[in-house]
Design a protein around this ligand. Structure first.
Ligand SMILES: [Zn+2]
Length: 248
């Protein structure tokens, strides 16, 4: 799987990147809110909105979920992971290496939905880690945990399934699956095809070290998107030969 993810990317490294906007004045999230848009040169014309975890509920403040042993919380992890998916240090290809136009949103849930729609995202991917009550101590039941792709639409299920297939084998839990959720605004209210990543559990003793080791597997997000979309490239780009797995 790793080889397939890396296919055709070597020649793309080192190209220029245009960092376009810092937008959205707002307040109350408990952190600086500024959506940032990244446009690689060349780009493949497909826009991916990465929505950082916030969990603001009915308030304007993001609530942090701290996992095992007080390690970095879900929101903080989501912040660094979003950036890491742009360029991949292992050479397997980040989203920009793969020519996707990316916006990272760090507002509240509703702010990110509005920004994604206004921007005209083709794909909307919230970045989260999961939680269940657990004491984080061994013995671990690996079959309880794993990486989930959540969706509500048929199109979203296809992207969610690629998140499961490409990221799941890397995460330590073995219960990788896609889950239909009808109660999530980022699935219901976004115009883009939406798939919500729950990358392993931060309340799982083997899960949080894996989450922290994101630099070894962050390329898998771009890989999932690329397999779904069939490796779209501009006319001069290197395009691995592969049919897209998603029907849209
Ligand atoms: Zn979450």
């Amino acid at each position: 799987m790793k080889g397939a993810g890396a296919a055709g990317l070597a020649k793309m490294s080192g190209r220029l990147l245009l960092l376009v906007t810092i937008a959205m004045a707002s307040m109350g999230t408990g952190r600086a809110v500024a959506d940032t848009t990244f446009v690689p040169i060349p780009d493949n014309g497909e826009k991916v909105y990465l929505s950082q975890a916030c969990h603001n509920g009915q308030t304007s403040n993001c609530q942090e979920n701290t996992g095992c042993l007080g390690h970095m919380g879900e929101n903080a992890w989501s912040d660094v992971f979003a950036d890491a998916t742009l360029r991949d240090a292992t050479g397997s290809g980040g989203l920009l290496d793969r020519q996707y136009i990316v916006r990272i949103g760090n507002g509240t849930v509703s702010q990110n939905i509005l920004s994604s729609d206004a921007w005209g995202a083709k794909m909307h991917i919230p970045l989260h880690s999961n939680a269940e009550p657990w004491d984080c101590m061994s013995p671990y039941n690996t079959a309880t945990f794993g990486t989930w792709g959540m969706y509500v639409s048929t199109n979203g299920s296809q992207l969610a399934d690629q998140l499961r297939l490409r990221i799941g084998p890397s995460s330590p839990g073995t219960n990788d699956k896609i889950v239909k959720r009808t109660d999530l605004g980022e699935l219901n209210e976004t115009n883009a095809v939406a798939a919500y990543l729950e990358a392993e559990f931060h309340t799982y003793g083997l899960g949080w070290p894996w989450l922290h080791d994101y630099e070894s597997w962050d390329w898998r997000l771009g890989y999932a998107v690329d397999v779904c979309r069939g490796y779209p490239r501009d006319s001069n780009g290197d395009k691995p030969t592969a049919a897209k797995s998603c029907s849209w």
